[in-house]
Design a protein around this ligand. Sequence first.
Ligand code: WQD
Length: 337
Amino acid sequence: MKILVTGGLGFIGSHTVVELQNQGFEVVAIDNLSNSSIEVLEGIERITGKKPIFENIDLREKSSVQNFFKKYQDIVGVIHFAASKAVGESVENPLLYYENNINTLVYVLQELTKLPQANFIFSSSCTVYGQAEKMPITENASVQPAISPYGNTKQIGEEIIQDVAKVTNVNSILLRYFNPIGAHPSAEIGELPKGVPQNLVPYITQTGIGIRKELSVYGNDYPTPDGTCIRDYIHVVDLAKAHVIALQRLLNKQNVEKVETFNLGTGTGSSVLEVIHAFEKVSGQKLPYKIVDRREGDVIAAYANTDKANAVLGWKAKSSLEEALSSAWDWEQKIRS
Ligand code: WQD
């Protein structure tokens, strides 16, 4: 069965391609390499023994999307990762984010509706919840007005998919990720942030290896036990596996609604200082850090209630924070060696 993975050479995309191939799916990966590297294909091959079919396509070009779907009419499912994801950049250049994340989604859905089997998995985000009133966060928590254009593209994306489901044959699953971290245990693929990392874990591993002088901890005066923000850090391989299960649910027509939504997290919240200490434990070294002002737009706490994914998908994150950090550290050491 042929599956399209857009953004297939990116961080979560590449790990999902591996899990799909491990389960016997034939994968066609699309990527425009704007935030990924062609060498990822070799990493995937070293893990699975097989390279996915690869098409270097920019999904912002409508005619390229149309031509792609004419060529691959036997696609039975699409996992759509391709998007920009830097919150700060989205504030500075909102139109780039609406073009990259919304236009591309529209073009892919337009073609998908023409296929006999229209199964669609969408990368959404826990940012749609903003600062939720109750922890852990269930899928029923209300969607809050987005703080950044990036967050808004995820909310609008979900709404587009809901509207399309009402009038077409497209069946979709929206996966709301909490904080994906880590790398494949083989250290053949992992996260490759361009420039200075904006996210906590790549900043930590780059500080650990000596590329960054010290980590800035954004605020220690939050109303949390140690004063730093709390997030739900999920190993990217656990996350990738959930995509395969969600896809199988659609392929087997087990979905009970045309659009289903699942939180993907571990269910456990960790503070920034807890992440730092866990990293120090797995790496066996002290991490230089300083406390600085709060970062604009950060919520105090966000961690998932994963009961729905556990019960309905039969999926549960297996890796601990330490295992995830350990894999991220192995990867960082490997790419710098
Ligand atoms: C985690 C915690 C920071 C960097 C964002 C997006 C979200 C998702 C993932 C996907 C926070 C603190 C961070 C640093 C720090 N999107 N921190 N020093 O903000 O939870 O989520 O990325 O693609 O949609 O909003 O993740 O890793 O940036 O931050 O103290 O140098 O680490 O304040 O508490 P965040 P993050």
